[in-house]
Design a protein around this ligand. Sequence first.
Ligand SMILES: [Zn+2]
Length: 144
Amino acid sequence: MSPPADDRLLPRPTEDSRPFWDALRSHRLDLQTCADCGAVRHYPRPVCPACHSMAVAWTTASGRGAVHSWTVSHQAFHPAFEDRLPIVLATVDLEEGVRMNCRLDGVAPEEIDIGLPVEVAFEDVGEGMTLPCFRPRGVRRGGS
Ligand SMILES: [Zn+2]
């Protein structure tokens, strides 16, 4: 488990997003799905953008995707991130057809490319909170 993060920096689950965060705590990536038309959506929100239904279901994602884009931050804008620089923030196209913004770990910034196959990993940060990150597919490192 990583050192406790500054709790002011942790996500605050909402009524719509709580199942997403609860699944992460169990090391699952669950995506909100329309219970009427089946459209998968991310981030969690109350209304289906495809059919405007408010009926919600949750499905467990494969956790696999590919890098759509990324940026490398060499500047810590909060002291809690100083020991993690550089931080790579990526937009990942998930196999389920939605995009997710997330930290990308386990790869040097100069080795990242569009389409890099990645898979979700889970970082338990304490306070009952688990954060997702992505790593190059097939790479296993300690921790989570
Ligand atoms: Zn729908």
